[in-house]
Design a protein around this ligand. Structure first.
Ligand code: COI
Length: 357
């Protein structure tokens, strides 16, 4: 398990090799990979029993070229965040939700589920082992990447004979360029779809993400921040953005595409729905057409990586709708403030979402 990346190679430090947390420029981290000192690894053999797992130095993996994940994409991942509070405590946001979603995903991908308590302990151990890498208050978070992959070798199409569950992490700050709460410009994709009814769109499986790159790269070349996808049946209703869920606001109503199997059941999405309802907004999970979105008061995207990102504009069929004069709208701002306030321990966590590490 400990490949070259965990050791110094010659005099230079390999890109994938961790540097001490004391050498990190916390103001310059963005959402790139900053490797940390440790990761967690557990394995599951043919019998379907998971090992207890252990924390090991961060490093490369050694895999058979015939590993199921490399050939057939048998794998799911999660994204989670841990935060440092002003009292120097470490908090992780809703780990039980990620454990449950990972379990659902593993069943969809015919992999042995990681027991929920093993999942949560692995996350806690990974944070503790990398505590120095949790950014100072207000300068970001420690992003955790649980990964469940078919590592056993198999040639014919079938489930892998063995599996690996890993948790690695990286300190991160803003996902989009320009910093958190800088409005993003989206373009609506009309030719390609992210997922189809009956497909794997609601599973956080690794294969859902690379197909968006072609469209995303072209959109970025044209100056957009990211791409919005429409439903595969009618090309009319919003699905999600490449890496996050979507919300629009009209008056006192906040709407988001319903979970009908083709969009990711985001944990930030679910949290925003609860927070908005508690504030007296009418929250609607339903089919949201692109036509009504173009006429919304404000729009925002949500995700673990993205947090709450204001949408400055949406371009569809050559027409550009601008929201809130291209600035962050009041509802977006309120949702961002409340979510990040809870996550960073600045405001009371009345729903018990945070778990202390
Ligand atoms: C997350 O928000 O945690 C994700 O997994 C999205 C990923 C594309 C960065």
């Amino acid at each position: 398990r400990r490949g070259e990346g965990s050791r110094r190679i010659g005099r230079a430090r390999a890109v994938s090799e961790p540097k001490p947390a004391s050498e990190i420029d916390w103001n310059a981290i963005g959402f790139g990979l900053t490797p940390t000192s440790h990761m967690f690894v557990a394995t599951c053999d043919l019998g379907g029993t998971w090992s207890a797992g252990e924390v090991v130095p961060f490093g490369n993996l050694s895999l058979s070229p015939a590993a199921a994940v490399l050939n057939y994409g048998q794998g799911v991942f999660e994204g989670m965040k841990a935060f440092r509070t002003k009292d120097d405590e470490l908090l992780v946001f809703r780990p039980d939700e990620n454990a449950a979603r990972c379990e659902e995903g593993s069943l969809r991908m015919s992999m042995p589920p990681v027991p929920r308590d093993l999942f949560q302990q692995a996350v806690m151990k990974t944070i503790s082992a990398n505590a120095d890498y949790v950014p100072p208050v207000g300068l970001g978070s420690l992003y955790l990447r649980p990964l469940l992959i078919g590592t056993g070798a198999i040639l014919g199409l079938g489930p892998a004979p063995s599996y690996t569950f890993l948790v690695y992490c990286s300190p991160v700050a803003s996902y989009f360029k320009g910093g958190q709460l800088t409005p993003i410009d989206l373009t609506v994709e009309e030719t390609y779809h992210r997922a189809a009814p009956g497909g794997s769109g609601s599973t956080k499986c690794i294969g859902n993400y690379s197909p968006v790159l072609k469209v995303q790269l072209e959109a970025k070349r044209q100056g957009f921040s990211d791409v919005m996808y429409l439903d595969a049946r009618e090309n009319k209703y919003i699905e999600e953005v490449s890496s996050c869920n979507f919300f629009c606001v009209k008056g006192n109503t906040i709407s988001t595409p319903a979970l009908q199997g083709s969009i990711l059941p985001g944990i930030t999405r679910k949290s925003i729905c609860e927070m908005a309802a508690a504030r007296g907004f009418k929250v609607e999970e339903r089919n949201v057409s692109i036509e009504e979105v173009m006429d919304a008061d404000e729009c925002f995207c949500t995700g673990t990586a993205v947090v709450v990102a204001p949408v400055g504009s949406i371009t569809y069929k050559g027409k550009k709708a601008q929201f809130c004069d291209g600035k962050t709208g009041p509802v977006t701002q309120a949702m961002y403030d409340e979510l990040t306030g809870i996550q960073q321990g600045r405001i009371p966590d009345e729903r018990g979402w945070n778990v202390k590490v």
